[in-house]
Write a protein that binds this ligand. Sequence first.
Ligand code: ATP
Ligand code: MG
Length: 335
Amino acid sequence: MEKILEVKELVTGYKGKTGFLKAVDGVSFDIEKGETVCIVGESGSGKSVTSMSIMRLVDYENGKILSGSIRFEQEELTDKSSDEMRHIRGSKISMIFQEPLTALNPVFTVGKQITEAILLHQSITKKKAMERAEELLRLVGLSDPKTRLKQFPHELSGGMRQRVMIAIALASNPELLIADEPTTALDVTIEAQILELLRTIREQRNMSIMLITHDIGVAAEMAHRIIIMYAGKIVEIGKTNDILQRPYHPYSKGLMESVPKMDGQRGVPLQSIDGTIPSLHEMPSGCRFSPRCPLATDKCRGEAPQLERKGDRQVACWHVDKLLQQEDKTQVKEG
Ligand code: ATP
Ligand code: MG
């Protein structure tokens, strides 16, 4: 399979009083063409900072990519100028955010905002752009697109606004769509519709999607592969079914246990693991999950495990082999 995005050892920090605090610390993963990858993790684990780093949007808030490599379609993005990145952002990579009302400009009509996105990258007439905007609104499932084009964001419901955001994101025909919690602000029915829409568009266009969510249920429905992040690091990467059926990392296990088992129920926010995620000021030494981990030993507290390959899986835990052996033994006994 062709890799569209390759992130290697990415470190992104924010300026603190005594230097940079690393919000993302040595993150490596890739996304294939046409693949949906979900990044899952508790609030503060670095999911948004990872996506903002790819889009080079961290610079605006005292943030900086400190080291590492981000290759998109074989080209290194970290070497690109801000102008080059602005071009890539509006064309090959698009992003949709959690709250569509803040991302849309309240003083312009929907039509004006979509046509602007189109005209930024295509030299066509305004009339043609308006036709294209109408097409896009139809594509994202908005009824009566002609009327919608004349409306202002506040005249639309949350679900409609998110569809408009998706239309804007698709205006440039992106190869990669980064969606940061695109449905968290919506109710369950609308969420399901928006996710279905993203799935259909991905299939039609063979687009890649990097979907950020704290909801394992959403990841289960959408992802080919799941990346689990904790405190600025990736703790596990694997195929969706593998991770759901048998998470390897103790943190992943905790996450799975926090999901309601009843079908059709929305995943609750992740709360079942005791303790809280550390702040950037007080990162524990060694494995960052060790203060909350039931298996933690002195080795865990002293030395950080690296992400290592285990078959199809990648996992960062000193105890993974022992854990899996124990599970296998229990299964044999029970069987
Ligand atoms: P959530 O699920 O709440 O969106 P997240 O996984 O997206 O969480 P990030 O927003 O990536 O988390 O934040 C990771 C860490 O970086 C957090 O500790 C956060 O406080 C810090 N951080 C994020 N943005 C900034 C900023 N502009 N300045 C300083 N620190 C920041
Ligand atoms: Mg976030």
